[in-house]
Design a protein around this ligand. Structure first.
Ligand SMILES: [Zn+2]
Length: 472
């Protein structure tokens, strides 16, 4: 299938500003963007699809999800978050899940992602074949990482099969034409032995796959790394000599990263993944400016809907923007003011706020924010580059109606896309070269589809049965 799109306003890479809005003609062939002509002067060829005043952008890339955990939404996560949420609640339910459960529950998460303008997710979960079926059922693209665990976790008895599945999927040619891919998925440093880390990294190296792993996500993981290796989780991986293997790394969470750890990060190969709303619930807001200051690349993702409540990666950007001045209310200056109530101490609070405001300015910079859900995550899989309107990228595209009340008057659409709530203005979404919906009818068409009603019915029934099996 070939599409020629003519957009007077298209968000394209810009060498000076990072992103720019330009008149562009975009040629899509199959699942890829074949050509982008900026400011075309020749007449549009016959059959060109003129998108009028709609804004053409890359679709969002969500670099870390567990879509099937949509089925756990509504459980008492807050109680679990008092301790190790992953072990106390998630592992317990996941041990009882079947492949059919994963397919049914992931469809719901995939639908939510599509509704918010996401075309591709990096999903780290059990039963990867069921996940890929769920993506196809709904029309989302996904890069699956079959979880590798041998020390603990629901997959601890199945790591050999997970390795074999990873290799099989990497050797499945039609996966990429459907927009899908595979990554090697060691779960975390406290669920994976040294020997399995070495095997996983060797597999990633041999197949030129990225490695997608949780890192330093709990106090337990930090303490276990010290018990096992006398160092931090990233120090442990460094000592194993695996960090220079594979086609890049997604290191998710990074809550416990020392200064020495940040020196271990190779900006050419490693990317940290921040999940702001999930962090606020199960941990704390990470100081991502510290990562930036140390030259560490990072992207934004949602994590699971159960520990975040939404599979909406755009919404994570506005959560991140709040970090700019969040610390002021908890700092020493405000504590002094609370005790004295004096104008001098009040002035010191304002100075602390001003310092924070400047230090974290990039957290409210629309281009910097959008690059963390478009450009940078789109570069994480060597075989499936996306996240930019540029030649050879997978054609994951979105069209936005800037006359919608959420975007009007449309003078600074990048700011609205980064910091506003533009979902209602999403007119149409293209996933891997195929329009997923009709223009102007994105949400209504997705939700009116009888297949969605049947998918929701099955998901509800399976969720009820699953929770009953584990006594929740
Ligand atoms: Zn996760």
């Amino acid at each position: 299938m070939r599409h020629v799109l003519e957009a007077r306003r298209a968000v394209v890479p810009d060498p000076v500003h990072g992103l720019a809005i330009r008149h562009a003609r975009v040629v899509v062939e199959g699942s890829r963007i074949a050509e982008v002509v900026i400011d075309p002067t020749d007449p549009a060829p016959p059959g060109t699809d003129d998108v009028g005043d709609l804004l053409l952008t890359p679709a969002f890339v969500n670099a870390h999800t567990h879509l099937a955990m949509s089925g756990l939404r509504g459980l008492d996560v807050a109680a679990g978050a008092a301790g190790n949420l992953v072990e106390s609640l998630f592992f317990r339910v996941e041990r009882a899940m079947t492949a059919d459960d994963v397919r049914a529950l992931a469809r719901v998460g995939a639908m939510e992602a599509l509704l918010h303008g996401t075309a591709v997710v990096w999903d780290h979960y059990y039963f990867p074949d069921a996940l890929l079926d769920a993506f196809d059922d709904v029309g989302l693209a996904g890069i699956v990482a079959p979880p590798l665990q041998d020390l603990a976790g629901p997959g601890a008895d199945g790591w050999e099969e997970a390795l074999a599945t990873t290799a099989r999927l990497a050797d499945t040619p039609d996966l990429a034409t459907r927009g899908h891919g595979v990554a090697v998925g060691p779960h975390a440093t406290d669920t994976v032995s040294d020997a399995l880390w070495v095997r996983a990294a060797a597999l990633a190296d041999r197949l030129h796959l990225p490695i997608h792993a949780h890192l330093a996500q709990s106090i337990d993981e930090l303490e276990r790394a010290h018990d096992r290796a006398g160092t931090t989780p990233l120090g442990l991986l460094d000592r194993l000599g695996v960090l220079d293997q594979g086609a890049g790394w997604l290191l998710v969470h990074g809550l416990y990263l020392s200064d020495a750890d940040l020196d271990r990060v190779d900006p050419a190969r490693h990317t940290l993944v921040a999940c702001p709303r999930a962090h606020a619930l199960f941990a704390w807001p990470v100081d991502v400016t510290r990562w930036t200051d140390r030259g560490v690349p990072w992207v934004v993702a949602t994590d699971a809907p159960v520990c975040n409540d939404a599979v909406d990666v755009q919404r994570e950007l506005s959560a991140l923007a709040r970090y700019r001045t969040d610390a002021v209310a908890h700092g020493a200056a405000h504590a002094a003011f609370r005790a004295s109530g004096s104008a001098d101490d009040g002035r010191a609070v304002w100075e602390a706020r001003t310092t924070a405001f400047h230090r974290h300015a990039a957290l409210q910079d629309p281009v910097q924010l959008l690059k963390r859900v478009w450009t940078r995550p789109g570069a994480l899989h060597p075989a499936l580059p996306c996240g930019a309107i540029a030649a050879d990228r997978v054609a994951h595209l979105a069209l936005w109606d800037l006359d919608h009340p959420a975007c009007w008057p449309g003078d600074d659409p990048l700011r609205t896309l980064a910091l506003g709530a533009p979902q209602g203005a999403l007119s149409q979404l293209m996933v891997a070269g195929r329009w997923r919906t009709s223009r102007g009818a994105h949400a209504t068409e997705l939700l009116a589809n009888p297949a969605w009603r049947e998918a929701r019915r099955e998901a509800t029934a399976r969720r009820t049965a699953l929770l009953a099996r584990v006594g929740l």
